[in-house]
Design a protein around this ligand. Structure first.
Ligand code: PLP
Length: 376
């Protein structure tokens, strides 16, 4: 988990003296400043801070005009919110297998397209980017919106570009398990000013009364309240200033593990941009080998972190929403014989795969010692 330090404490203390906690122009405008800094850091045209990654996904889908009758392709290995957000805007998630890189399998993505496919949500799991070149090309050919779920890859690069900035919109999460945190929070990145304006609207019902509205010609629709407060803004600004160092530290540790484990002949999972890799995983020939390796300190078998596997998403598999008349499956027109949750390869890969804990909060030598021990 990401730690907070004295600088975050001082930033919040200063805010307390000011006393203005809502993100309006009367205060210190910390959220505004954070958004400008995040846009600069990532290279995105626009950044909008929201109350969580889940809220970010919902707003991004609404901003892209996704809704009832639409199918959205999501990987079978992700946090449930990726698929849940799709349902909350009235569309249905169609699950896509992962491949040996442990990210979305582009061949299966292509195979699962239908007339109703409107968007794809590639998820950069455990800091490992998807095959974005292929996904973007496929999306272009089929007129799909691309919303990157970069909740687990905040600040990670793919071929020189930042995860979350390559599609129509990208989403970050700042909950405490992610690369930077303010407890709970998220952001939407986009290069499209119309999507930014609609996301701004989606995240704030009160926008209709504010002078800092989207400034677009489209009339304001009913939004939600997914705003963050200046408390989160204060913390996020400090956290962002530390992110580059943290990412560099992750890369160095991946390098140490990669060298040691490769030299020992261990089966390292392929990665879509090894030069900038911030995560390392192994996929063994058998489940037993993965179980044995996963028992060691500093590694975990991915199958054992089961809540990220589609078979554990019970409300989704059972098709249960808060009200039966608001159940997207009722109007989805999914043929009864079409199994949109069939992903046996994903289960097989996760059973045989382990991820390495980079020990990012510890000095580099601790990671180096662990790498040597795992290679022995
Ligand atoms: C954490 C996470 C989310 C949701 O983030 P919250 O901020 O917890 O709502 C979405 N997708 C993935 C892949 C995540 O890991």
């Amino acid at each position: 988990m990401v730690k907070l330090g004295v600088r975050e404490w001082l930033a919040v203390g200063r805010l307390f003296l000011n006393g203005h906690l809502l993100r309006t122009d009367d205060g210190l405008r910390l959220c505004r400043r954070f958004e400008a800094e995040l846009a600069k850091f990532t290279g995105a045209e626009h950044a909008l801070a929201v109350s969580s990654g889940t809220a970010g996904l919902i707003c991004a889908l609404q901003a892209c005009g996704i809704g009832p009758g639409d199918e959205v392709l999501v990987p079978a290995y992700t946090w449930m919110a990726t698929a849940g957000a799709v349902l909350l805007v009235g569309a249905v998630p169609v699950l896509v297998e992962i491949d040996e890189t442990l990210t979305m399998d582009v061949a299966d993505l292509r195979a699962k397209l239908t007339q109703r496919s409107r968007a794809v949500i590639p998820v950069h799991m455990i800091n490992r980017p998807c095959d974005m070149d292929a996904i973007l090309a496929l999306a272009r050919d089929h007129g799909l919106r691309v919303i990157e779920d970069a909740s687990q890859a905040v600040g990670v690069r793919y071929k020189g570009r930042m995860c979350g900035t390559m599609g129509d919109a990208g989403v970050y999460s700042f909950n405490q398990h992610k690369n930077m945190t303010c407890g709970e929070g998220g952001a939407i990145l986009t290069n499209d000013s119309q999507i930014h304006a609609r996301a701004l609207n989606a995240h704030d019902m009160g926008l209709a009364y504010r002078s800092d509205g989207p400034g677009s010609n489209t009339p304001i629709f009913v939004g939600n309240n997914y705003r963050i407060s200046e408390i989160q803004g204060a913390i996020l600004r400090v956290q962002l200033s530390k992110l580059r160092r943290r990412i560099d530290g992750m890369k160095r540790r991946v390098g140490a593990f990669d060298r040691a484990l490769r030299a020992a002949g261990l089966p390292i999972a392929p990665h879509h941009d090894r030069d900038d890799a911030c995560g390392i995983a192994l996929t063994f020939a058998t489940e037993d080998a993965a179980i044995a390796f996963g028992r060691q300190r500093g590694v975990r078998r991915l199958f054992d972190n089961s809540k990220h596997i589609f078979t554990e998403w019970h409300p989704i598999l059972d098709r249960r929403m808060s009200h039966p008349d608001q159940n997207p499956w009722a109007w989805a027109n999914v043929a009864p014989d079409r199994d949109i949750n069939h992903c046996p390869r994903t289960l097989d890969l996760l059973r045989r795969s382990c991820a390495v804990n980079l020990m990012i909060e510890r000095p580099l030598f601790v990671a180096q010692i662990l790498a040597r021990r795992l290679a022995a």
